[in-house]
Design a protein around this ligand. Sequence first.
Ligand code: ADP
Ligand code: MG
Length: 302
Amino acid sequence: AIPLVIALSTALSARAGILVKDRIALERMRTVDAVLFDKTGTLTKGAHTVKGVAAVTGMSEDDVLRVAGAVESDSEHPLARALVTVARDRGLPARATDFRSLTGRGVQATVDGTAYAVGGPALLRDLDVTVPQELAGAERNWSARGAAVLHLLRLSEGAPPAVIGAFALEDEVRPEAREAVAELRRHGVRKIAMITGDARPVAEAVAADLGFRAGVDEVFAEVLPADKDRAVADLQAQGLTVAMVGDGVNDAPALARADVGLAIGAGTDVAIESAGVILASSDPRGVLAVIRLSQASYRKMV
Ligand code: ADP
Ligand code: MG
């Protein structure tokens, strides 16, 4: 019966856009009781737009957008693309040199002879910089709305780094992600979890939008790339069999540690390599399709 089952599941999976790299992973999928999703690009569209700009006294919105756009011009991060796009759309050209990526924190570059950095909360924590009073109010409003907040810092020699601008970026939840969460739950998955490098208020706003249940589902926020696999370990320590869904280079260790690693959509090569199952589309409802495939394939074999 085994060849028939495998033939059947292969045909089924090909139709559903599911590529099984590791049969053991597929078999485990039918007993999964927690699904951990990487937020950006998996549960959300991963395409941000700039929804707010603030600058300190002496700088205009265009000044800070111009510099930030230049600093980000070498970065592939979706947050970076949004800043580059708005600077270009507003006709604010600037050139930057000496690009450096500050992994999980932001980027740095030199514009007009001065070094600047653009990054999120982890960057401020690392540099031990606080947000000036005149920007703090706008930032609180943005965060409460669920926007990601990025900062532009001036890194002058001989002076402490200073925040000179701030940006609100919003990423939309995929409508299919809401359905995916509801369907997984209906199917008996006990816990839905989300992991992100974004600030906690941003992550919580997305979780609420997706219908996460307080006290049952779980949000891992402000997680550095190197620590993403610890969330998997944390869930496993709760006695849960964990499927992790991700697409990025950052997600590879977590995908490898999970009981089932699922790489989604146009995932990076590293993610694909670390995953046991690959979903051709970036539709998160594909996770339930894999559970169903696992149940259909292995039911009769135990
Ligand atoms: P995620 O996939 O959750 O975005 P990353 O590790 O790629 O995780 O990024 C973590 C955080 O670091 C981001 O949420 C952002 O605050 C900051 N960051 C990373 N890259 C950039 C960048 N190019 N520009 C600004 N901020 C960045
Ligand atoms: Mg990501």
